[in-house]
Ligand binder design. Structure first.
Ligand code: PLP
Length: 334
């Protein structure tokens, strides 16, 4: 397929999904089904009280026709943690892994050539029909695994991002930053659209009270030769598997990894000569070219995607796609 003809990320689904129901206090056997609308009562808990969480990870096509799933165990653990924090029935790790494997097997022909991939999207929603349940957890739930063929995020040529530094508004309630839930995206959407309109940026970096956290859907890293600085894990932001993978690889490549809180002033000082990038499953590592504050614009390094960003991204993509050996047990072949 020509790049121009490739659909945008997430707009195409494969034709099969896996569905499991939580009812009568336990997870029922899951089923593989054609992708179709879900039966959902209009009083379902999720539609009124936002009891929802999801995951996103990739499986890459291997030369032998199998699909290599990247760090599925970490994503499943994170989904179980999200469910616990939202007081939703916790998915069974073994069952969810089986659901993912079954979807991949059913959709094997639809896995694009790497660096395209099959993007896997487990979704958990509270389904108890009761509009009086604002302060009561849902006792029934649906767990669904969708899959979407995605092509290289940067197939049109990577462009350095323009990012607005939001030092007032928050992305999420402080205890929910670590939860991958739709409500956090809803909270970030308004400020992101406003900043796009006012400052012509791609994304918003949330730095409430001046403390740098992350963007609406990606973690934030400062980089320079031999050195990475990123926020230490706390409940204010999503603990990205890509972030963890990049830090692990950079450490093995001899980089000094500094994980601690830092503020906007320190970030602006760093980018005079250093690099900045966003990390997440979709784009892996995306270089930042400009930081825009309410007071003005700051060029990041040369204004282009930096060499350290490119090198770390290439190293991780090589492991994900199987061009470099998987020495850490990150890939399961299905
Ligand atoms: C999913 C997500 C990320 C990236 O996590 P990965 O595991 O690296 O894909 C970062 N921030 C937010 C808010 C997210 O929802």
């Amino acid at each position: 397929m020509k790049d121009a003809a490739r659909p945008a990320f997430g707009t195409v689904l494969t034709d099969k999904m896996a569905v499991a129901e939580f009812r009568d206090g336990r997870w029922q056997a899951h089923e593989l089904k054609p992708v179709a609308p879900l039966p959902l009562h209009p009083a379902a808990h999720v539609l009124h009280y936002g009891s929802e969480c999801f995951e996103g990870f990739k499986a890459y096509r291997r030369p032998d026709g199998s699909a290599g799933v990247f760090r599925m165990d970490r994503h499943i653990e994170r989904m179980r943690q999200s469910a616990r924090q939202l007081v939703l029935p916790e998915p069974d790790a073994a069952q969810l892994a089986d659901m993912v494997r079954e979807v991949i097997r059913a959709c094997r022909e639809q896995v694009p050539e790497s660096p395209g991939a099959l993007y896997l999207r487990p979704l958990l929603i509270g389904t108890t029909p009761n509009i009086g349940a604002a302060a009561t957890p849902s006792t029934s739930a649906l767990l669904v695994v969708l899959a979407s063929p995605v092509w290289d995020y940067f197939s049109g040529g990577a462009k350095a991002l323009r990012i607005f530094v939001e030092d007032q508004k928050t992305r999420t309630a402080s205890h929910l930053g670590v939860v991958k839930t739709g409500g956090n995206y809803a909270a970030a959407l308004g400020p992101t659209l406003e900043a796009r309109k006012e400052f012509a940026v791609d994304q918003v970096l949330f730095c409430p009270g001046g403390s740098v956290q992350e963007t609406g859907a990606a973690n934030f890293l400062l980089l320079r030769e031999g050195h990475v600085l990123t926020r230490s894990l706390d409940s204010s932001f999503l603990h990205g598997v890509t972030r963890d993978s990049l830090l692990t690889m950079a450490r093995d490549m001899g980089f000094r990894i500094e994980e601690r809180p830092f503020d906007v002033a320190e970030m602006l000082e760093w980018v005079k000569s250093g690099e900045a990038a966003l990390s997440g499953t979709a784009a892996v590592l995306a270089g930042v070219g400009t930081l825009v504050t309410r007071k003005g614009e700051h060029r990041v390094g040369s204004g282009e995607i930096g060499p350290v960003t490119q090198r770390l991204r290439a190293a991780l993509v090589a492991v994900q796609t199987g061009q470099s050996p998987d020495t850490r047990g990150w890939i399961e072949r299905v």
